[in-house]
Design a protein around this ligand. Sequence first.
Ligand code: C2E
Ligand code: MG
Ligand code: MG
Length: 403
Amino acid sequence: MLNNILIVEDDTFQQKLISKMLSTLTLAKITTASNGQEALSKLDKIAEPELILCDLNMPGMDGVEFLRIIASRNLDSTIVLTSSVSNDVISSVKKMVLACGMPDILSLNKPISKIQLEQVLLQSTEQVRRNKVTEKVLFQPVDDEIITGFDQEQFVVFYQPHINVKTDIVSGAEALIRWQHPKRGVLTPYFFLDQIQQLGLSHQLTLKVINASISACARWHQQGKGFNISVNISPVDLIELDFIDNVIELLKQYQLPAKFLTFEITESDIGPDMAKELEVMCRLRLHGINLSIDDFGTGFSSLSQLISSPFTELKVDQSFVQKMLTDSKSYAAVKASLQLARDLKLKTVVEGVETKAEADAIKALGCDLFQGWLYAPALPENEFLSWSQNHNKKYIDEITKQG
Ligand code: C2E
Ligand code: MG
Ligand code: MG
């Protein structure tokens, strides 16, 4: 996914080490510079790098000045500070960069490990996807474009790994819809989901996603990977005639046991009076399909509603996770949600885990599954499989070493 990477680092040993590790992880072209001045002149000659790794202390033009200058160039690159200076200096540089109008930047402490670089590559790849998207802030597809997209199978399912918190191995994935737009690249649901609903194509989309997800999960099972698959649905899908029959038929057709399928329903979509939906939910449970309450904490479902609904899983919303280490109220929300889920004997998933510090804090609170960019973004099926294989291999190697 990445084509160009720039390393700005005065220490030749570090420069070579980072280049070498990166070259085992990506096919991107790697350019190096020993200070800000050299980096600026190389930037004029090469295609815009998607990733820039930048040291701070360098002779000549240092990293701070370099960043201030490139802030004015409106680059879309993911910037990663690679420095051994103290955290308060790093956070001041980050503030300066934000004040210059650049997006938030990442930082890695030296010595940099291959695992850290792998994470940065994944985050940068996601950034590339998102940049393709933000180019389109003003992009509003016309209805015909969406209808053509449907006819031409441009709506595809990506998979974001779920990681077992205790074992650190991949246990499954959440299916997330993407629009592979012929001109605008990969678009996330933000750009089309509401319009699809207005066009009355929601149910058609849901069935498409369920079909693709069940068939993918069945393929993984045939390869010996007992993954689960989670699919987002809205309460209106539930009351569509034949919804359950269609799902059961698909499970039968692809020979996937129902217990490997979870439907996620967003809490804020759950209304106060859901008798019909509840009936369908109960029947889904009777067939062995799991039900997850998504974005927990963003809606207003009452405790009694939660207790009386047949949910098997609770997903803590990412908005709390992303603030939990800086805002005590968000931390309390994550902690209380996890405690409530445990008391109700629900499986717990925390989504939107972006940093190791967040993962450690959540692990300490107790949780079953992680989902987030710290591990991987939503990926096309083949990339999801190779990512999972690599990730699980690391775990097996670790166990073998210990054994
Ligand atoms: P969701 O079900 O809560 O899915 C999680 C969202 O968080 C996804 O956004 C995912 O890409 C994003 N995410 C995952 N990890 C991180 C992270 O570490 N940091 C941040 N900032 N974000 C992270 P996405 O794919 O844009 O989907 C947005 C929403 O659209 C989903 O929220 C879901 O409600 C809806 N959606 C996605 N696919 C489908 C679908 O097939 N059918 C329906 N009905 N809704 C869908
Ligand atoms: Mg979801
Ligand atoms: Mg969610």
